[in-house]
Design a protein around this ligand. Structure first.
Ligand SMILES: C[S@@+](CC[C@H](N)C(=O)[O-])C[C@H]1O[C@@H](n2cnc3c(N)ncnc32)[C@H](O)[C@@H]1O
Length: 205
């Protein structure tokens, strides 16, 4: 059900800003690139040509079926894996770019996912991310807490009140660039966005 309504639900937000955010972020992808929780494939069109390899991971079967269709339509060369972010089927230090857009809000164990991202990245590799996060405004954060349960049921496990940058920083990733943005065209509780880049901490690489 969620897979079927995903693109229509995001349509307005994509049109009035998110698509441009994706394009701007993904032009920085390089080398062997692994995307986490690719969903219906909204990032596909934004990857630069000339990547060494593009690997799309998506654990949900319904999402993956849509992703595979989008990949065929795009004509891009990429592999699809049924992997979750907490258990990536890649060797240590074997990936140049990991991409996470609107995913770390949903993974069951974000601390484990952060560890996995740092493990698979080369020491000079990068995580490129766009995530909706817990608001800096106490008033909006209180609404995010209040509505977290119903939102999680509606949006297949998404946590609208997750402090994702703090989670990365507390784990094996160092956030080197971060910018706040707004996911316009979407419900207020998921509007606060962070866009940026993180690197594996030297001890975890
Ligand atoms: C809100 S959607 C985002 C989809 C896509 N990344 C985008 O930007 O439109 C969240 C995605 O994360 C996937 N997901 C859920 N749990 C996951 C996990 N543990 N690891 C990786 N992906 C997961 C979901 O199946 C879903 O496709």
């Amino acid at each position: 059900m969620f897979a079927a309504v995903y693109d229509p639900f995001l349509w307005m937000g994509e049109r009035i800003g998110m698509r441009a955010e994706r394009r701007e972020l993904l032009r920085q992808a390089c080398g062997r690139t692994v995307e986490l929780g690719s969903g219906t494939g909204l990032n596909l069109r934004h990857y630069p040509d000339g990547l060494d390899e593009l690997i799309l991971t998506e654990p949900d079967a319904a999402m993956r079926a849509r992703l595979e269709r989008a990949l065929r339509r795009s004509g891009r060369a990429a592999h699809v894996h049924a992997a979750s972010a907490e258990q990536l089927p890649f060797a240590d230090s074997s990936v140049d770019t990991v991409v996470a857009t609107l995913v770390l809000c949903t993974v069951d164990a974000p601390d484990v996912a952060v560890r996995e991202i740092a493990r698979v990245l080369r020491p000079d590799g990068q995580l490129l991310f766009i995530e909706h996060v817990r608001s800096e405004s106490p008033r909006l954060a209180a609404w995010q807490d209040r509505l977290a349960g119903p939102w999680r049921r509606f949006a297949e496990g998404c946590h609208c009140n997750r402090a994702t940058v703090e989670l990365m920083q507390a784990g094996e990733l160092a956030v080197t660039h971060v910018r706040e943005a707004s996911w316009r065209g979407m419900p207020r509780i998921v509007r606060p966005l962070v866009v940026g880049r993180a690197r594996p901490r030297p001890s975890s690489a």
